[in-house]
Design a protein around this ligand. Structure first.
Ligand code: MCN
Ligand code: CUN
Length: 796
C-alpha cells in the first residue's frame, strides 16, 4: 500500500502517507526476546533474596475475627509473617488509590472481596512461603455480599465500606455530562427513538506476565530499590515517597522488560507494598510474584458497565441525540486508574463519530464485593465502553429504520470541514476524515457482494452476519491543565544526548510493555536528526536514568512522549546549527538543514554532518556564547490537546444454527492514527487489539456466583483467544495527521480493542436477525447464542 517500505520520509514536507524514520524496520528489542534473553522482574535475583507469598480471603464479605500466625512463624524457613495489625502499627494498613479512595493493603477489619490480601509470609524460598500460608489460622464471620451491582443501592444492601466515616450506602459517585434538558427536548420532538439495555461485562487484561516486585531496602542509607511490573515508574516512585515516607531521592523504581501490561500494571497493588515492608522488616531483598489465579482474581479488572442507551433520529436516518445511563461496578475499592476529574474516564466520548444536536449521560458508580479496578485492558480510559454503546445503538436504529448500517453511519459522520469539532460533551476532536476510511473498509470487504451473499444464504437458512463499527478515540492525556493523576499533571519529559562520535541516547519517561518503543522512539529521533535508528539507544523504565513523566497507558506514549522526543531532537538540531556555524566559520542564519547535516546555503559542499558536529561540540572549536560544549537537550512536553484516532471495521461471521458457535470468517480494519511511524508495529498493535475484541465479544467474562466466588480464576474458566479463533486480519489505513502534534501522530495502541467488539457483536446480531433478535450481550458464547435462538421461529 501507499507509504510502505523502508525509506526515510518527512510528513511535514508534504508526503503524508509516508512513514517516518525509516518506516517498517524490524524491532530493535526482538533479538533479545526471541532468544529468551528478556529480563523480567522474575529474572531478577539479588544476593540473600527472600520470597513472599500472600494469604488471600476465601470469601467475598466477612468480618475478620482473628488471625493466628504462630504455626507459620515456627516454620523453619519462614522469616516473617505480616498481618494487617502489623501494618496498622506502621500506618500502612491502608493506601490511597488513584481515585481518591483508600484500599486495604492487608485486611484489618473486614474482607471485601474474594482473593483480598489477608497476610504476607516471607520465607527462604517460594515453596516454603506458599506452604506456610496453610499454617495461618484465620477465623471469619461471614457476611452477606453485594454481587449484583443492580442491588448495590437497595435500602437493605449491606454497606461494604463501613470503614469510611459516615458511609450509609454503596454509592461511590453520581456524575453527569451534557445538557439533560436540551437532550430531552430533542428526544421529545424526534420522529424515532430507540432504546437498548446492554452490559459490557467484567473482563480482565490477563497479561502473559503476572504482576510482581523485588524490593531491596538498604537499612544503612535508607534507600529503596524497587523492581516492579509497572507501566508508570515515575508516578509510582512519587506515590511511594508520599505514602511510605521514604524520601523520593532515596527511591529508585526500575521497570525492566514487561511481559504485557494492557493497563493491568498501572496501579499500585498490595503485593508491591508488601514486598517493600517485607524487605524493611527482614533487612533482605524480597521478591513477590503472583500466580495466574491471583492475577485474575485480585488485580485490576476492566469494564463492568451496565448501560442503557437511547438514540433519537429523524425517520430518514439523521441522528439527532444520544442519551445514556450507566451503572458502573467498581468493586470493593474505587481504585480506577484515570485522570482525577474523570470518574467515568473518557466515557463522555459516547457521542462517537457523529454530528449531534444534543447528548447527555449519567454514570453512577457503586461498590460491590468484587476485586477493584475498572480501567484496564486497552480501554483508553473507558472509550471501549463508549464506543460499544454508541456503535450498538446505531445498529439498533438501523434495524428499526430498515437502513443499511454502513449507509446510516455515512449519513451521520462529522464532516471534514467541521474539524476541529467541538462535541456536545466538551471534547475538541483535533482532526478527522471519516468517509474515506469507511469507504475504504467497504471496498476492501466487498461490502455489496457480502450483502448479496448474505441474502442468498438467508434464503437457504444459513446464518451469516455482517457487522460494522466506526469509532473515534480520545488518547494522549493530556494537557496538564485538564488532566492529572493524584495531583501530578499529565506531561512527559525527554532527554537526548548525542555522543562525540554521533551516536545518541534518548531517555523517555514512558515505559514499554511490548509496544516497541525502543524502535519507534529511535525512529522519531532518526527522522528529526538523520541519525540511523540503530545508532540511537532508547532508555526507559528506570527512574534514576530517565526524566519525570506519567508513564504508558491511554495510548499516550506517542501523543505525549513522542511529541517530547520530536521536540527534544529539534532542540538538538537547532543547537547543532550554532556549532556547525562556528565550525564552518559562518553565520547560523546562512546555514540550511537537510536530513543529517547543516550546509552553507548555495554551497552544498560546505557542510557538517551530525557526527562531525557532535565531535565539534566536544572538540576545540570556539563555541559562541551561551552554547555549552555538548550536543544534549531536554524538554517536558505538555500537549495542547488529546489526539483523536479513528477507524472503520467490518466483521463477517457465520453462526452454526445447531451449536450456536460463532466463527469470525473475515475482519477488515481500516485505522487512521495520523502520521505513521512504523507500519509494521502499527499492524502488530492492531492485530493484538482485534484479537482482544474476539476474546471479549465471544469468550471472555469474569463472573461470580451469588456468594461472590470468582468463576474466572484460571485459564480453564477465563477463555482467551488463540490463533484458532481468529481469522487472517485484513488491515488498511488512511492518514489524517494531528494538527497539533509535533509529527502529526496519534495513538494506536488501544484502537482495535476499542473498535472491534461492537463490529463482532453487530455481526452476530445481524446473523441472528431472521430470528427477530435485535441485541445480545457479550460474550456471545455458543451456549448464549444457541439459547437465544430457542423458542423462536426458525428462519425459512
Ligand atoms: N506507533 C506508530 N505510529 C503511530 C502511533 C503509534 O508507529 N502513529 C507505535 C508507537 O511508537 C508504539 C506503538 O505504536 O511503538 C504504540 O503506540 P501508542 O499508541 O502511543 O501506545 P503506547 O505506546 O502508549 O502503548 C500503550 C497502549 C495501551 S494503553 C495498552 S493497554 C496496550 C497497547 O498499548 N498494552 C500493550 N498495546 C500493547 N501492546 C503490547 N505488546 N503489550 C501491551 O501491554
Ligand atoms: Cu485502559 S488499559 Mo492501557 O490505558 O494501559
Amino acid at each position: 500500500g501507499p507509504g510502505e517500505g523502508a525509506r526515510p520520509g518527512n510528513p511535514a514536507a508534504g508526503d503524508k502517507d509516508r512513514p517516518i524514520g525509516y518506516g517498517r524496520i524490524q524491532r530493535k528489542e526482538d533479538p533479545r526476546f526471541i532468544r529468551g534473553k528478556g529480563r523480567y522482574v522474575d529474572d531478577i535475583v539479588l544476593p540473600g533474596m527472600l520470597h513472599g507469598a500472600i494469604l488471600r480471603a476465601p470469601v467475598a464479605h466477612a468480618r475478620l475475627v482473628s488471625i493466628d500466625t504462630s504455626e507459620a512463624l515456627a516454620h523453619p524457613k519462614v522469616k516473617a509473617v505480616i498481618t494487617g495489625k502489623d501494618l496498622e502499627g506502621l500506618n500502612l494498613a491502608w493506601a490511597p488509590t488513584l481515585s481518591a479512595d483508600v484500599q486495604a493493603v492487608l485486611v484489618t477489619d473486614k474482607v471485601r472481596f474474594q482473593g483480598q490480601e489477608v497476610a504476607f509470609v516471607v520465607a527462604e524460598d517460594r515453596y516454603a512461603a506458599r506452604d506456610a500460608l496453610e499454617l495461618i489460622d484465620v477465623e471469619y464471620d461471614i457476611l452477606p455480599p453485594v454481587i449484583d451491582a443492580r442491588k448495590a443501592l437497595d435500602a437493605d444492601a449491606p454497606v461494604i465500606r463501613d470503614d469510611l466515616a459516615g458511609r450509609t450506602d454503596n454509592r461511590i459517585f453520581d456524575w453527569e455530562i451534557g445538557d439533560a434538558d436540551e437532550t430531552e427536548a430533542v428526544f421529545a420532538a424526534a420522529d424515532v427513538v430507540v432504546a437498548q439495555d446492554m452490559v459490557y461485562p467484567r473482563v480482565h487484561p490477563a497479561p502473559m506476565e503476572t504482576c510482581g516486585a523485588v524490593a531491596d531496602f538498604d537499612p544503612i542509607d535508607g534507600g529503596l530499590t524497587l523492581y516492579e511490573t509497572t507501566q508508570a515508574p515515575h508516578a509510582h516512585r512519587t506515590l511511594y515517597a508520599m505514602v511510605a515516607g521514604i524520601p523520593e531521592h532515596k527511591i529508585r523504581v526500575v521497570s525492566p522488560d514487561i511481559g504485557g501490561g494492557f493497563g493491568n500494571k498501572v496501579g499500585i497493588y498490595p503485593g508491591y507494598v508488601l514486598a517493600v515492608v517485607g524487605s524493611i522488616v527482614t533487612g533482605k531483598p524480597v521478591k513477590w510474584v503472583e500466580d495466574r489465579s491471583e492475577n485474575l482474581m485480585s488485580t485490576s479488572f476492566a469494564r463492568d458497565y451496565l448501560m442503557r442507551g437511547e438514540i433519537a433520529a429523524t425517520k430518514d436516518g439523521k441522528i439527532l441525540a444520544v442519551r445514556t445511563n450507566v451503572l458502573a461496578d467498581h468493586g470493593a475499592f474505587n481504585a480506577t486508574a484515570q485522570p482525577t476529574k474523570n470518574p467515568a474516564g473518557f466515557f463522555s466520548i459516547f457521542t462517537g463519530s457523529y454530528d449531534l444536536q444534543a447528548a447527555y449521560c449519567k454514570v453512577t458508580g457503586v461498590y460491590t464485593n468484587k476485586a477493584p479496578g475498572g480501567v484496564a485492558y486497552a480501554c483508553s480510559f473507558r472509550v471501549t465502553e463508549a464506543v460499544y454503546l454508541v456503535e450498538r445503538m446505531v445498529d439498533v436504529l438501523a434495524r428499526k429504520l430498515e437502513m443499511d448500517p454502513a449507509e446510516l453511519r455515512l449519513k451521520n459522520f462529522i464532516r471534514p470541514e467541521q474539524f476541529p469539532y467541538a462535541n456536545k460533551t466538551g471534547w475538541e476532536y483535533d482532526s478527522g476524515n471519516y468517509e474515506p476510511a469507511m469507504r475504504l473498509s467497504m471496498k476492501m470487504a466487498g461490502y455489496e457482494e457480502l450483502r448479496r451473499e448474505q441474502a442468498e444464504k438467508r434464503e437457504r437458512g444459513e446464518l451469516m452476519g455482517i457487522g460494522v463499527s466506526f469509532f473515534t478515540e480520545t488518547v494522549g492525556a493530556g494537557p496538564r491543565k485538564h488532566f492529572d493523576i493524584v495531583g501530578l499533571g499529565m506531561a512527559d519529559g525527554a532527554e537526548l544526548r548525542v555522543h562525540p562520535t554521533g551516536k545518541a541516547v534518548v531517555r523517555l519517561s514512558v515505559q514499554s510493555q511490548g509496544q516497541g518503543h525502543e524502535t519507534t522512539f529511535a525512529q522519531i529521533v532518526a527522522e528529526e536528526l538523520g541519525i540511523p535508528p540503530e545508532d540511537i539507544d532508547v532508555v526507559h523504565g528506570d527512574t534514576d536514568q530517565t526524566p519525570f513523566g506519567l508513564g504508558t497507558y491511554g495510548s499516550r506514549s506517542t501523543p505525549v512522549s513522542g511529541g517530547a522526543v520530536a521536540l527534544v531532537a529539534r532542540k538538538v538540531r537547532d543547537k547543532a546549527k550554532f556549532i556547525a556555524a562556528a565550525m564552518l566559520e559562518t553565520r547560523p542564519e546562512d546555514l540550511e538543514w537537510e536530513k543529517g547535516r547543516w550546509f552553507v546555503k548555495g554551497d552544498p559542499g560546505a557542510g557538517k554532518t551530525m557526527a562531525e558536529i557532535a565531535l565539534g561540540a566536544h572538540g576545540t572549536v570556539a563555541l559562541p556564547d551561551g552554547i555549552d560544549g555538548n550536543l544534549d537537550a531536554e524538554v517536558t512536553y505538555d500537549p495542547p490537546n488529546l489526539t483523536f484516532p479513528f477507524g472503520a471495521y467490518i466483521c463477517v461471521v457465520d453462526v452454526d444454527p445447531g451449536t450456536g458457535r460463532v466463527k469470525v470468517r473475515r475482519f477488515i480494519a481500516v485505522d487512521d492514527c495520523g502520521t505513521r511511524i512504523n507500519p509494521m508495529i502499527i499492524e502488530g498493535q492492531v492485530h493484538g487489539g482485534l484479537t482482544d475484541g474476539v476474546g471479549m465479544a465471544l469468550m471472555e467474562i469474569i463472573e461470580f456466583d451469588e456468594d461472590g466466588n470468582c468463576l474466572g480464576g484460571s485459564f480453564m474458566d477465563y477463555l482467551i483467544p488463540t490463533a484458532m479463533e481468529v481469522p487472517d486480519w485484513e488491515t488498511g489505513f488512511t492518514v489524517t495527521p494531528s494538527p497539533h502534534h509535533p509529527i502529526g501522530a496519534k495513538g494506536i495502541g488501544e484502537s482495535a480493542t476499542v473498535g472491534s467488539p461492537p463490529a463482532i457483536v453487530n455481526a452476530v446480531v445481524d446473523a441472528l436477525a431472521p430470528f427477530g433478535i435485535t441485541h445480545m450481550d457479550m460474550p456471545c458464547t455458543p451456549a448464549r447464542v444457541w439459547e437465544a435462538m430457542q423458542g423462536r421461529p426458525r428462519p425459512p
